[in-house]
Design a protein around this ligand. Structure first.
Ligand code: GLP
Length: 256
């Protein structure tokens, strides 16, 4: 893991946006895995401002609520179109977001996995992290080998996400999410986390043991993962000074 600590979310986001921009310039038909939530909002704004060419890009989103109409303002379909897709020249047919309203969820999930494979796999996966360490909607104790499937949200996640819905009771219980095994197959992973509420999940994920209790900790097994943090999110890291030194003294030839 490469741990990149910046003073603010804006500074950390700029670095993440540069990594994605480079990916799209090097491979115009790249396959991106995308995340939702408040964390990547700045990133999407930054990517839009960079005016990149998305015409050949394919995207796969991590997750979606089950039973929420697509047009609902809190569906991840709405989120992605509102915050990114409608501002860039992406082809609608290249956008993939799990369908939370499908009649046959297992069949849909198998198809989603197949579509990812048919696209050549995910080149770069953007991730946020839940306060409990979840990635996508893979809640603690999710199998580290899991594939796209239905999951039940924990009370903590429903409480965390209640701010978007008005009340906890309105947050769906079920979601469709890419599995941890699916996420781990991405060639490169970019995890973003901001704010003091994420410091514990980040410290456990980066410096703790690999455990399904903190699903993000599995990223220790991923060969090309970058973690972009603001200072509060990094405040629980024991080796923060080391990570800062490494980043500040990166040799010019080191591209990863
Ligand atoms: C959400 C999403 C995750 C996201 C996480 C953190 O519920 N399913 O993909 O990374 O929880 O959200 P936020 O960025 O709003 O803190």
């Amino acid at each position: 893991m490469e741990i990149i600590i910046q003073p603010t979310p804006e500074a950390a986001t700029k670095i993440a946006a540069r990594i994605i921009a480079r990916q799209l310039r090097e491979k115009p038909d790249a396959v991106l895995g995308l995340a939702t939530g408040s964390t990547p909002l700045l990133l999407y704004r930054e990517l839009v401002a960079l005016k990149l060419d998305w015409s050949k890009v394919t995207t796969f989103n991590l997750d979606e609520y089950v039973g929420l109409p697509r047009e609902h303002p809190q569906s991840y379909h709405s989120f992605m179109w509102e915050n990114l897709f409608r501002h860039v020249n992406i082809a609608k047919k290249n956008v993939h977001i799990p369908d939370g309203n499908t009649k046959d969820i297992p069949k849909f999930c198998a198809k989603y996995e197949k579509q990812i494979r048919a696209a050549g796999g995910i080149d770069l996966q953007v991730l946020g992290i839940g306060t409990d360490g979840h990635i996508g909607f893979n809640e603690p104790t999710s199998s580290l080998a899991s594939r796209t499937r239905i999951k039940t949200l924990t009370q903590l996640t429903r409480r965390d996400n209640a701010r978007f819905f008005g009340s906890e009771a309105d947050v769906p219980h079920h979601v469709v999410t890419m599995g941890i095994g699916t996420i781990m197959e991405a060639k490169q992973i970019l995890l973003l986390a901001f704010g003091p509420k994420k410091s514990r999940a980040i410290a456990e994920a980066v410096e703790g043991p690999i455990t399904a209790v903190n699903p993000a900790s599995v990223l220790q097994m991923h060969p090309v993962t970058k973690v972009c943090l603001d200072a509060p999110a990094a405040s629980g890291l024991q080796r923060a000074d080391y990570y800062r030194w490494v980043y500040d003294n990166k040799p010019g030839w080191q591209t990863f």
